[in-house]
Design a protein around this ligand. Structure first.
Ligand code: ADP
Length: 661
């Protein structure tokens, strides 16, 4: 501890020093008896505390006190004097004196007590002010305003952050404005110890609007009710919340737009859906989608949405030159006029909307595959500036519209093409059917008409063979036999052809067929051929029942069985197996042989008319048998097919609806 002792009486100084040294172990003393020494001590500023006399030769203790307090307001000063009066003491206390002690040997003891308590008090004060400063700077840093108010009686005190938050310079400014009291010193529903939290909008002196969070409690200090409160500027948070909310709405709306566009099919529906979804998003009173025809230079309104009875109708057309600056739109740039009143209305439509009170107009290009196909337009009664967000939204809608309208047009085109194609196919089918039936009628009549002369030829040939055989030499006889067999072959051909063409000409009434009986009947008919070939036919029972035309099924099975014993390698005993298989709601009848088999590339071909894979000499036939099989089965609503491997035999199958009892 460093004590400055100011007294021009060296004996007095000696006494004070002795007393101090006795009381305090670590004391350092600086003596001042002359003004120069005082100046030096002031300049060095080493001391913690001063003890001064009042009556000095060169000044008074009061002056000393004031000089000291001016330079070092926090360092205690004790006046130790025998010349002072009560007035001086009061005066000195007002100037910040820490203690006043009368100078006498009896009071010397008091001096050290006083030094001790003054120092302690000073330390406490210093610490308190340190904490207060720290709190203050903390509060200021937090930007939290603190206030204390009397309920209905105005603000008592505030911190600097309070003033800063509200944009004020002093508490006086608040007091002269009743607006503040209304907000900050109304007890209202406040009850003791219950916190009240509010968020409110506040207009600052400079006109700016801020959001405040106000937090208040009703307390009692010295028996008086006070409101202690905190205010915080939450404008940033509020703005962020609002923009988040706006962003969420925007996202929702755009999603809704996507969905409704997907649901819509026609361009009009798409445009209407887009307008309905966008209307809440954009600050406007009219929205429309207009399509352009750059060839005819016409604009046609596709959809309009307006809640203020603004006159613009769907289907209206304008020359493009009355609409807006198309060239700019073609460069994929939007047109925006924020206040039509301040601009020449260059286009007829602009003037028309302006006459109806519209001030703001924006046209956003709708561009599909690099081509301007129209524009998405909005109009607002209030002139205003659009935000970036508004612009983004408008562009987004225009882009979605472009895609959707383009898709819808493509869909329409595809639809048109499909219809055209279907028409074409149906025309061709009809032509083909007509040609086919003409051909079949022709084939039928030819085969029918040919049968008669053929029958005559066969008659004459057999007379020749029977009665004039011996009249011919061997060459003549050979020729005659060839003639007879050709006639035979032609007859077979005609019979088969007739059977084939009859299949498409007659009705084939359907009935349940017991395949077991039918197969047995066919086998009986084929008995001579089977015996001749020594063929073995196995029928795997039971055979399921089908629905079909009895005669046709009989013919089909006859043809398959005939083939299965015919196309067998020489010297091999034909072995045939028949069985049925249930498939979904139909029955497949299989006819399997151990014949020569068929090469895979011919499997389909053999079902055509006159398609044969062998010479007549090797395997006789007309090439119509399988054609009859296919035609007959298909006319009964069934299917045919074959599986085969060369040298391993073939498996033919026919499929007909199953008969359910
Ligand atoms: P066709 O038996 O009168 O020759 P098809 O129309 O019945 O006429 O048969 C067409 C061709 O299919 C036959 O010439 C033959 O080459 C082949 N084919 C038919 N059935 C069989 C079979 N089971 N095995 C081997 N080839 C067959």
């Amino acid at each position: 501890m460093h004590i400055l002792i100011i007294d021009d009486d060296s004996n007095d100084r000696f006494m004070i020093i002795r007393e101090m040294r006795r009381e305090f172990s670590d004391v350092q003393v600086e003596e001042v008896g002359e003004p120069e020494e005082f100046e030096q001590a002031l300049a060095a500023g080493q001391f913690d505390l001063t003890i001064t006399d009042y009556q000095l030769r060169w000044t008074t203790g009061l002056e000393i006190l004031r000089t000291l307090k001016k330079r070092f307001p926090d360092r205690p000063v004790i006046m130790f004097t025998n010349t002072g009066t009560q007035e001086i003491a009061v005066e000195a206390m007002k100037s910040g004196l820490d203690d006043y002690i009368l100078k006498s040997s009896k009071h010397l003891v008091r001096l050290s007590t006083s030094v001790r308590s003054v120092l302690e008090r000073n330390e406490t004060r210093r610490r308190a002010s340190f904490y207060e400063n720290r709190l203050q700077s903390l509060l200021n840093q937090l930007n939290v305003g603190v206030f204390r108010a009397i309920p209905d009686g105005g603000l008592l005190e505030v911190n600097s952050a309070f003033l800063r938050v509200l944009g004020l310079n002093s508490l006086e400014e608040i007091r002269s404005n009743s607006n503040f009291d209304a907000i900050f010193s109304k007890a209202g529903d406040l009850t003791p110890q219950h916190r009240r939290e509010r968020e409110l909008k506040f207009r600052r002196a400079d006109g700016s609007l801020i959001w405040l969070a106000v937090n208040e409690t009703l307390n009692t200090t010295n028996g008086e009710a006070v409101i202690d409160g905190l205010i915080e500027d939450i404008t940033g948070r509020k703005r962020a919340e609002e923009s988040l909310k706006r962003y969420a709405t925007r996202l929702r709306t755009l999603q809704e737009l996507d969905r409704s566009i997907l649901r819509a099919i026609l361009p009009t529906e798409i445009a209407e859906a887009a307008l309905a979804a966008t209307y809440p998003l954009l600050p406007c009173q009219i929205l429309d989608v207009t399509l352009f025809d750059l060839e005819t230079q016409q604009a046609t309104v596709l959809a309009v949405l307006s809640n203020d009875g603004i006159d613009l109708s769907v289907g209206e057309t304008f020359p493009l030159s009355d609409f807006c600056n198309i060239e700019t739109l073609q460069q994929n740039q939007a047109l925006l006029i924020e206040n039509l009143a301040e601009q020449p209305r260059l286009y007829l439509l602009q003037q028309r909307l302006f006459d109806q009170g519209i001030h703001l107009i924006m046209n956003v290009p709708v561009i599909a595959q690099g081509q301007l196909i129209g524009s998405f337009n909005l109009g607002a009664i209030q002139p205003r500036s659009l935000t970036d967000e508004d612009m983004d939204n408008a562009y987004e809608v225009a882009n979605q519209l472009a895609i959707a309208i383009e898709q819808s047009r493509m869909r329409e085109e595809l639809h048109r093409y499909t219809e055209q194609l279907e028409q074409l196919v149906s025309n061709r089918t009809q032509q083909l059917e007509e040609a086919n039936s003409a051909l079949e009628a022709f084939a039928y009549s030819i085969s029918h008409d040919l049968q008669e002369p053929l029958r005559a030829m066969r008659g004459f040939a057999s007379i020749l063979l029977e009665e004039y055989d011996t009249a011919l030499n061997s060459v003549g006889q050979d020729l005659l036999h060839r003639l007879a067999s050709s006639v035979e072959r032609m007859d077979n051909l005609l019979v088969d052809l007739l059977a084939y063409s009859r299949l498409s000409r007659v009705d084939l009434p359907l009935q349940p067929i017991n395949l077991k009986l039918l197969v047995r009947q066919v086998l009986t008919q084929l008995e001579p051929s089977l015996q001749e070939k020594q063929a073995r036919v196995t029928v795997v029972e039971p055979l399921l029942e089908v629905v079909g035309n009895y005669r046709t099924v009989e013919q089909v099975i006859t043809n398959l069985l005939t083939n299965s014993i015919k196309f067998v390698a020489a010297g091999v005993q034909p072995q045939v197996r028949l069985w049925t298989q249930r498939r979904d709601r139909s029955v497949r009848l299989w006819v399997e042989d151990n014949g020569i088999g068929i090469q895979p590339q011919h499997l389909e071909r053999i079902f055509g008319v006159f398609e044969r894979l062998h010479s007549i000499e090797a395997y006789p036939g007309t090439g119509i048998g399988l054609a009859i099989v296919r035609k007959g089965i298909e006319r009964m609503g069934g299917q045919v097919g074959v599986e085969s491997e060369v040298g391993q035999g073939s498996r033919f199958w026919i499929e007909l609806p199953e008969f359910f009892k």
